[in-house]
Write a protein that binds this ligand. Structure first.
Ligand SMILES: [Ca+2]
Ligand SMILES: [Ca+2]
Length: 481
């Protein structure tokens, strides 16, 4: 695309801020599993090396305050792909399949919405959460016209036995890390990235494309080539900060502690004195994922689609590395609720950062807005196309993250308010307390703020949709919480 045409696209998008129905824009939709804010552009941990994301930030808008609709894979992805919050669907956990839930089974998912309106849709890697069914594994492939099947190693072939840490079991799912036997080029994410990169050499019979790429790392197990571990010498790694009495101020109405103590994984890691090693393994996995993303970014930049493709890159939820006395995901604190998020609309505010508060559930209406498709009245989220056009505007309507039935968090970019089903509450002020150490919920000075948030909690909370009983028997992968 010529400079002039690209400039005009950008101006058009900015001026109209319904963002000018730019017809025939392609979409590259990139999900990164379990990636938190430990990437250069988000500033979550300056030790972590992500050169390709750093470079991509120069060509996109970094959303500093993006949050997930749920702090675990299945419900987060089900919400953002159907456009409906958990409390409206009953899809709260990894065992709830959106195709078996009465409130979601007939909804048009995001890829289907594009596919039914003139787009060619294609995918590889994890986009939907997968579920074992009587008809075989449901990976959400029904939502796409085309599925790229690659054969790379998921990393299960390990060097020696160094990767297995059986002490770190929790819920039947061990935390493991170590070097793959497979070289980078034979690993699954790299091969999936290559597949995506190769698609830019095609045409799609004159249709625009919607391509969804799922990158698996840094999801467990942290098996990546040795060179990524070598980038982080163990004696130089500083693990995430831990406050041992952090739970003391989270109490019920009788003043009784709500959390009994650190979670089981944290205790197991602590017992083995493995916090630093585990932090390092996550860092190595993030840098590996970044290298895979580099393959896609470079190919897109050199391709015929460089200037007519919207890129939306997101993590499905955050991850604790010891903060809040936890590892993994779940819970309703910032470390799990905040997600990495970057959006590239060619010619529009490239290299800008925004503090607007958005939710992954807003992606659906935003993408159809940007591409000029008709509004979907089923969407709970709201388009942030206006924010893309003006990233410094005020955009702080409280947004919702849920973990299980009637446990919610709301954030407006300054305060995080948490309300549990059992009546316990938390409130944190990020202006003075970014690690959420000081629970203000029982401080009368904040009663008004709490009352305001309370009013915005969901009024209706759907009961949980049916759990998939086949998964325990047949699908070990689904046990990963
Ligand atoms: Ca995940
Ligand atoms: Ca605390």
């Amino acid at each position: 695309m010529s400079f002039l045409k690209r400039f005009l696209v950008g101006v058009c998008l900015i001026l109209t801020t319904g963002l000018c129905a730019k017809e025939n824009m392609n979409v590259l939709f990139i999900a990164i599993d379990d990636l938190n804010d430990w990437i250069g552009p988000m500033g979550g941990n300056p030790q972590v090396k992500t050169p390709h994301l750093d470079k991509f930030a120069n060509f996109s808008i970094v959303m500093n305050k993006a949050y997930c609709p749920a702090t675990v894979c299945g419900p987060s992805r089900s919400s953002l792909l159907t456009g409906r919050h958990c409390h409206n669907t009953g899809v709260y956990g990894n065992s709830n399949n959106l195709k078996k839930a009465s409130k979601t089974k007939d909804l048009e998912t995001l890829p289907e919405y594009f596919g039914n309106r003139g787009y060619h849709t294609l995918t590889t890697g994890k986009i939907f959460h997968k579920h074992m069914t009587s008809e075989g594994m449901d990976e959400g492939h029904w939502a796409f016209h085309e599925v790229g099947k690659t054969k790379g190693s998921a990393g299960g072939m390990l060097w020696k036995k160094q990767a297995t840490h059986p002490d770190h079991k929790y819920g039947g799912s061990p935390i493991q890390w170590g070097a793959t036997k497979a070289p980078l080029e034979k690993t699954k994410d790299y091969m999936n990235a290559k597949w995506a990169a190769e698609q830019f050499e095609r045409d799609f019979d004159g249709k625009p494309f919607f391509m969804a790429l799922g990158i698996s790392r840094p999801h467990l197990p942290f098996f990546v080539p040795q060179k990524y571990f070598d980038m982080y010498p163990l004696d130089k790694v500083k693990p995430a900060p831990v406050k041992l009495d952090d739970y003391d101020d989270i109490v019920d109405s009788n003043g009784k502690a709500f959390f009994k103590g650190p979670d089981a994984t944290w205790l197991a890691v602590d017992k083995s004195n493995a916090h630093t090693e585990l932090n390092r393994a996550y860092m190595a996995s993030v840098t590996y994922a970044d290298d895979c993303l580099g393959v896609v970014f470079d190919a897109l930049a050199k391709s015929q689609y460089a200037d007519n493709t919207i890129v939306m890159l997101w993590g499905d939820h955050g991850w604790y590395l010891g903060e809040k006395l936890k590892y993994r995901k779940t819970g309703l604190w910032e470390e799990a609720a905040r997600v990495p998020f970057m959006v590239r609309v060619p010619g529009v505010n490239e290299g800008v950062k925004s503090d607007g508060v958005i939710n992954l559930i807003d992606m659906y209406p935003t993408l159809i807005d940007l591409c000029g498709l008709p509004e979907n009245s089923n969407n709970d989220g709201r388009s942030f196309a206006k924010l893309i056009a003006n990233p410094k505007m005020t955009w702080n309507t409280p947004t919702l993250s849920t973990m299980g039935h009637m446990n919610h968090a709301l954030t407006d970019g300054r305060y995080r308010y948490i309300s549990y089903k059992k009546g316990v509450q938390e409130l944190y002020d990020h202006n003075s307390d970014p690690m959420e150490y000081n629970n203000l919920a029982n401080n009368p000075e904040y009663a008004e703020i709490i009352a305001k948030f309370k009013k915005q909690l969901p009024k209706n909370n759907e009961p949980e949709s049916p759990r998939n009983t086949m998964e325990k028997k047949k699908n070990k992968a689904s046990k990963k919480i």
